[in-house]
Design a protein around this ligand. Structure first.
Ligand SMILES: Nc1ncnc2c1ncn2[C@@H]1O[C@H](COP(=O)(O)OP(=O)(O)O)[C@@H](O)[C@H]1O
Ligand SMILES: [Mg+2]
Length: 464
């Protein structure tokens, strides 16, 4: 089981629980064991030092005329009833002067310890027994004032037995505790992750038909709330894109249905009986008009689809707006004259934009203005600039746009008065295209309609 990579969080948490609890318990066991051990050593040291002191006293009591061998007598008396304590006394020639029954200790080790570190603890093993003891060189009051090496030791087998059983208990306890915390950890992790599973269940419900579904944010734990929030935002974006896409396809189908069925009916009627060449020609001419309208609509829709998916990247150049507006005036001159309209321009500014796209955007506004103007009025374009924006206002007098439709005129296929739609007129895509062109240039477009005066205002960032 790895702690990183693709593995279950529950498993990882369970494993971490086990490791953490085992580590804590082992550390605790170690601390307890070492303090118990220390306590044993302290007890032993105290007892051994006491006995050593006793031996020292006894040895000092030897009268000068006594020889060393009287020690046995004295010590025998002193050590009656001290179970587990062993004493050995070596004479000056390392001969054993006195020894309790089990005290067959190594003289070399003890002599070395007595010389190096008198009264310091030494541990040694003899046969099956392990001893802990102290050794010292002590003076005697005997004739010749000889010195003897005395060792006092205690059997520590029972300490060791205690330790091994303590360790065994500790291991069993740690293993049991690890297993238990493992189970608890697993349960806790599963419980803790329940909101995640709930979220997954919610997410599984989301399909193309149910993009409006959102993950619960309020009931999610803090850690998941942000994730849920982000996923919800993503869903909202997807829903919006999906809605646009399906609106777009239904709009296309809707808009193409009428001209196609017109063409079909017309063609069927013509075919219903033989007709003269002139009649055929006039029918074909009328069909051509319808086809042109459809072709225009299709290319507009293609452009719009690209623009809505940010596929239109303006090829920017620096241009003087006035020149382009005048070129458009030229283009619409004939239609304007027919209606007795005046086209006027005021101001100029430089912008960095795609010339063809910008002409298209302004051309759409101008063609609308010309179409919706009352005869013998003025279409006025004014260009002004502030330090960071350039504004283009186009004003005309004629059909007003009701307030409730002001925002919708930029929607594709929206026409204030659909009944007036003729194939020679626009496709209802003009303002939608204009807006996406302006947006692609980082600008904005707005409309106001007060009385009979309709004003479109484009704001573009100033050329750097
Ligand atoms: N200058 C204007 N004056 C009055 N109404 C306008 C003007 N410009 C646009 N409109 C309204 O906005 C609608 C959408 O315009 P547009 O997107 O260019 O489509 P189209 O010109 O093909 O009808 C038009 O049908 C018209 O009702
Ligand atoms: Mg138009």
């Amino acid at each position: 089981m790895r702690l990183t990579g693709r593995t279950s969080i529950t498993r990882r948490l369970t494993l971490l629980f086990i490791i953490a609890s085992s580590a804590v318990l082992l550390a605790l066991g170690f601390v307890i064991a070492s303090s118990v051990e220390k306590h044993f050593v302290e007890l032993d040291t105290e007892v051994l030092a006491d006995k050593m002191e006793l031996v020292r006293h006894t040895l000092e009591k030897l009268k000068s005329q006594d020889d060393l061998h009287s020690i046995s007598q004295l010590l025998d008396n002193s050590f009656v009833g001290h179970h587990g304590l062993e004493v050995i006394v070596f004479g000056p020639n390392h001969d054993v002067i006195f020894a309790t029954p089990n005290a067959k200790f190594p003289i070399d080790l003890l002599a070395a310890s007595a010389a190096r570190n008198p009264h310091g603890l030494v541990t040694w093993t003899m046969g099956e027994q392990t001893y802990r003891g102290i050794a010292a060189e002590l003076p005697t009051g005997s004739s010749g004032r000889s010195k003897v090496i005395v060792a006092v030791a205690t059997d520590i087998m029972h300490h060791q037995a205690f330790f091994s059983s303590f360790l065994q208990t500790l291991w069993i306890f740690v293993a049991g505790a690890a297993a238990l915390t493992g189970i608890l950890g697993w349960a806790a992790a599963r419980r803790g992750l329940a909101p995640l599973r709930a979220m997954r269940a919610q997410a599984q419900v989301v399909t193309a038909q149910q993009l409006s579904h959102r993950l619960p944010v309020e009931s999610a734990p803090v850690e998941l709330a942000e994730l849920a929030q982000s996923l919800n935002e993503m869903l909202a974006r997807l829903e919006e894109a999906f809605r646009r896409l399906s609106d777009f396809s239904s709009d296309i189908a809707h808009e193409l249905r009428t001209p196609v069925s017109n063409l079909m009916t017309q063609t069927q009627v013509v075919l219903s009986r033989p007709r003269g060449a002139d009649e055929y020609r006039s029918i074909l001419e009328s069909n051509t008009e319808e086809f042109e309208h459809m072709a225009r609509m299709i290319s507009d829709m293609l452009l719009l689809a690209k623009a809505e998916n940010d596929l239109v990247v303006p090829a920017r150049e620096r241009l003087h707006l006035a020149a382009d507006v005048l070129a458009l005036f030229d283009y619409y001159d004939a239609v304007a004259e027919e209606k007795g309209l005046h086209l006027t321009l005021e101001g100029d500014a430089e912008v960095s934009a795609d010339r063809l796209m910008l002409r298209r955007a302004l051309g759409n506004l101008l063609s609308n203005a010309v179409r919706h103007s009352t005869p013998n009025t003025t279409v006025h374009v004014s260009i002004s600039a502030t330090p960071d924006t350039v504004s283009i206002r186009m004003e005309n007098t004629g059909d007003a746009i009701p307030q409730e439709y002001l925002e919708r005129v930029f929607d594709r296929f929206f026409r204030v008065d659909p009944s007036r739609q003729r194939s020679s007129e626009g496709t209802g895509l003009g303002l939608a295209i204009t807006r996406s062109i302006i947006t692609a240039h980082g600008g904005t477009i707005s409309v106001a309609s007060i009385g009979a005066v309709t004003t479109f205002t484009i704001r573009l960032p100033r050329a750097p």
